[in-house]
Design a protein around this ligand. Structure first.
Ligand code: ATP
Ligand code: ZN
Length: 286
């Protein structure tokens, strides 16, 4: 039983849905009824704790939880000593400084001596120190963006994703000070048994991520076009080429990266590929 790992995930918020989806895609089943604080998996040695995100780094640092999924912004701000195991690629956002739109802003030195409202005093302090700027930090826990309009501060430092909240509060983003995404963290001194379970989880996560980033591609081509098509297809090892019933024709199968997708498709067509099919991959074992 002591190979069972306790995984802390956000109870409800911007990390929750993607965290739960990732766990599900890893084939780990558990009952996630509303209001539940704890749940045990029926098919993997894991137990889940549903917590407020701010508490997750502390729980993992203390060993109350072995593993957690948390925004890197919160991890760094809390300054808790945990192992950053893996980047998960979701809940991407940035921590930025914004000032009133009408204000002329030329660079960080314009922050000298002003007051900045934030829920991220630690990350902000570090940014200001690195830039040799002294400012007055007002720590507040929420609704940071209204601080300038109520006269609490002349600038804010807050999480931005689209920038629409800043805009509707008459602010403009002037400095990006931190880029964040969800990360998998672990207690620094996991027992060997639990480390093994974490490694199994990590292996599954990487397979899910690889599958998401790749597509399986099938196409037909006349034999003489095959060398040119193979040049275009990077493939995991090399593409599979099988003859078709119609003489002089082949079918080619391979895996392509999502990011290269459109460029590759155009090149394939130019090289003579026909009947191109592209299908999602469910798992990809590297
Ligand atoms: P809790 O109630 O658990 O304390 P919270 O209100 O502090 O939740 P959320 O707003 O759910 O936190 O955000 C959780 C994390 O999601 C943030 O710390 C950040 O890493 C990320 N995040 C925040 N805003 C966005 C956004 N607009 N898009 C994507 N990710 C975001
Ligand atoms: Zn929170």
């Amino acid at each position: 039983m002591n190979s069972t790992i306790r995984i802390a995930i956000q109870k409800s918020g911007r990390l929750s849905e993607d965290s739960l989806n990732l766990i599900k895609e890893c084939g780990i089943q558990f009952n996630n009824g509303t209001g539940k604080l704890k749940s045990e998996s029926s098919n993997f040695p894991a137990e889940f704790l549903f917590l407020r995100d701010d508490d997750i780094p502390g729980y993992v640092a203390d060993g109350v939880a072995d593993v957690g999924i948390i925004g890197e912004n919160v991890l760094v701000e809390t300054g808790k000593a945990v192992e950053l195991v893996h980047r998960l690629g979701f809940s991407k956002c940035r921590l930025s400084i914004a000032v009133e739109r009408a204000k002329d802003y030329k660079g960080v030195t314009d922050l000298q001596g002003i007051s900045i409202a934030t829920s991220y005093p630690r990350i902000l302090t570090q940014f200001l120190e690195e830039n040799g700027v002294r400012a007055d930090i007002h720590e507040i826990s929420g609704s940071v963006e209204i601080a300038p309009s109520i006269g609490l501060a002349s600038a804010v430092c807050d999480i931005v994703s689209s920038g629409s909240t800043l805009m509707s509060n008459g602010l403009k983003e002037v400095e990006v000070i931190f880029r964040s995404e969800a990360v998998l963290i672990a207690h620094r001194q996991l027992s060997a048994d639990r480390r093994k379970t974490l490694d199994q989880l990590l292996f599954r996560i990487k397979s899910v991520q690889a599958a998401r980033n790749n597509k399986y591609i099938l196409l037909n081509a006349p034999k003489e076009a095959v060398p040119a098509i193979i040049q275009v297809l990077p493939g995991m090892k090399s593409p599979t080429v099988v003859p078709l019933a119609e003489s002089g024709w082949c079918s080619i199968h391979s895996v392509i990266n999502e990011n290269d997708f459109w460029a590759i498709i155009d090149n394939l067509r130019a090289a003579g590929a026909q009947g191109i099919l592209v299908v999602p991959i469910e798992k990809m074992i590297l």
